[in-house]
Write a protein that binds this ligand. Structure first.
Ligand code: FAD
Ligand code: SF4
Length: 409
């Protein structure tokens, strides 16, 4: 495996994990747990680790979050659990994600099987379209209740952006593969290389008791002046290539990245890690309004990425890109070998669903009075992995109620 694909952050040793857990103040009201969208309950798993009960800690995580090892690595914790940590008032918040990673690594090393196979087999069938975190979490929850669950995925492998977006040095494929294997081992069926089109969607609605759409934000945004230019690549295409070409990826002598969110930081960091000598990132926002997390920005800076803030692209003649500052009378021109646009992702509306600002209009995840439900980015809520897990946990409750009523009729 090429070095740039290897997990970048060091794991805790048992001693360091227990030391970190012992910094926990054991708050009664557990604000960290209240701030976890997925209800992974850090207060309980940290307490268990503090009392050297790794097995109990692993059970708390896995029973609350089928993607616990993934969330440990990719959650923007500063926005969630760490934001609530009372220890911040004394020195700095507990490293909740690193503790969660230590415990889920322990679970993997011991080959623990915490997700339970269903005790009853129900006849009702659920189709899930899309295998991102929303679809995967939902598949686990409904299967554990006994439903016959099939995932339909248009890509070659399951995982959505977990597999084809988030770089391997932050989320290694073996961690993702194990989380998915545990879910499939419950008896979830899956059809890959299987894009569902409008006609099949109509058939699924008739053949299955419930159909769940978890198709995510598939389209990368572009800017009109760069459309169809052979030197220009979209961020998600580049990251997919970098992740899946087994390390054999072209290195350009210098690359211009346009955009300043977390995806842009993944692009610039990946470029540096594969050995691109000069990476310039031009960002619309100024530093005080930056969208990327401070952690990712710091990592990019540490790798010597030149970040130029507050500029908008004005023109591109096929070679030179000219930018103008948003407020100052300043113009810059850059002539890169390669350009990557990281200006956001949007939904590709499918199946005639009604969208409002990128989210499908639903009532408690259900589309009208049909047997169609939604999860993940296209449902209301945060566009993050743990946000998708939350939608799946909530949707599972409403789908189960709907199917239970249908059974009892
Ligand atoms: C580069 C990148 C980095 C990110 N980093 C982070 C991070 O560090 N932390 C974080 O919390 N979030 C991150 N995110 C956001 C996070 O990945 C998403 O919020 C999350 O994946 C959304 O999950 P989802 O369930 O909606 O499905 P998605 O992951 O969007 O997957 C949707 C799936 O549906 C499939 N599909 C679509 N249409 C069809 C069809 N018609 N038939 C069959 N299958 C279909 C697609 O192929 C895909 O596999 C990142 C996103 C990107 C792009
Ligand atoms: S799942 Fe994410 S947000 Fe929740 S406790 Fe774990 S790291 Fe924090």
């Amino acid at each position: 495996m090429k070095d740039y694909l290897k997990e970048a952050e060091e794991a805790y040793t048992p001693l360091l994990a227990i030391e970190e857990a012992s910094r926990c103040l054991l708050c009664l009201d557990a604000p960290c747990s209240k701030n976890c969208p997925a209800g992974t309950d850090p207060a309980r798993f940290i307490r268990a680790l503090r009392f050297l009960n790794e097995k109990g800690a692993a059970e708390v995580i896995r029973e609350n979050n089928a993607l616990g090892a993934i969330c440990a690595r990719v959650c923007p914790q500063e926005k969630y659990c760490k934001l609530g940590c009372s220890r911040s008032g004394i020195d700095k918040p507990i490293e909740i994600g690193k503790i969660q990673r230590y415990i889920t690594d322990f679970e993997a090393n011991l080959k623990m099987e915490i997700l339970r196979k269903p005790e009853v087999e129900l006849k009702q069938k659920v189709a899930i379209i899309g295998s991102g975190p929303g679809g995967l979490e939902l598949a686990a929850l409904l299967r554990m209740k006994g439903y016959q669950v099939t995932i339909f995925e248009k890509d070659e492998k399951l995982g959505g952006y977990l597999r084809y977006g988030i770089p391997s040095y932050r989320l290694p494929n073996d961690v993702l593969d194990l989380e998915i294997k545990r879910i499939l081992d419950l008896g979830v069926k899956n059809l890959v290389n299987h894009p569902v089109d409008d006609d099949e969607f109509k058939k699924l609605k008739e053949e299955y008791d419930a159909v769940v759409v978890g198709t995510g934000y598939e389209l990368a945004k572009t800017l009109p002046m760069f459309e169809d230019d052979p030197h220009v690549e979209l961020a998600t295409q580049f990251l997919k290539r970098a992740k899946n070409e087994g390390g054999d990826i072209d290195v350009y002598s210098d690359t211009l990245v346009i955009g300043g969110g977390d995806v842009a930081m993944d692009v610039v960091t990946t470029l540096k890690r594969i050995g691109t000598p000069r990476v310039i990132d031009v960002v619309y926002e100024e530093f005080n309004e930056f969208r990327a997390s401070q952690k990712e920005l710091n990592e990019a800076r540490a790798l010597n990425v030149s970040i130029i803030d507050g500029y908008v692209p004005m023109s591109y003649d096929g070679k030179v890109v000219t930018f103008k500052h948003r407020h100052l009378p300043s113009v810059i021109s850059i002539e890169p070998k390669h350009i990557i646009l990281a200006v956001g992702q949007v939904v590709r509306p499918q199946f005639d669903l009604d969208y409002n600002l990128g989210e499908v209009v639903t009532n408690n995840y259900r589309v009208g009075d049909s047997n169609v439900f939604v999860v993940g980015d296209i449902a209301k809520g945060d566009k993050t992995v743990v946000g998708a897990v939350k939608t799946a946990k909530e949707a599972a409750y409403f789908i189960d109620s709907y199917l239970t009523k249908a059974r009892e009729k």
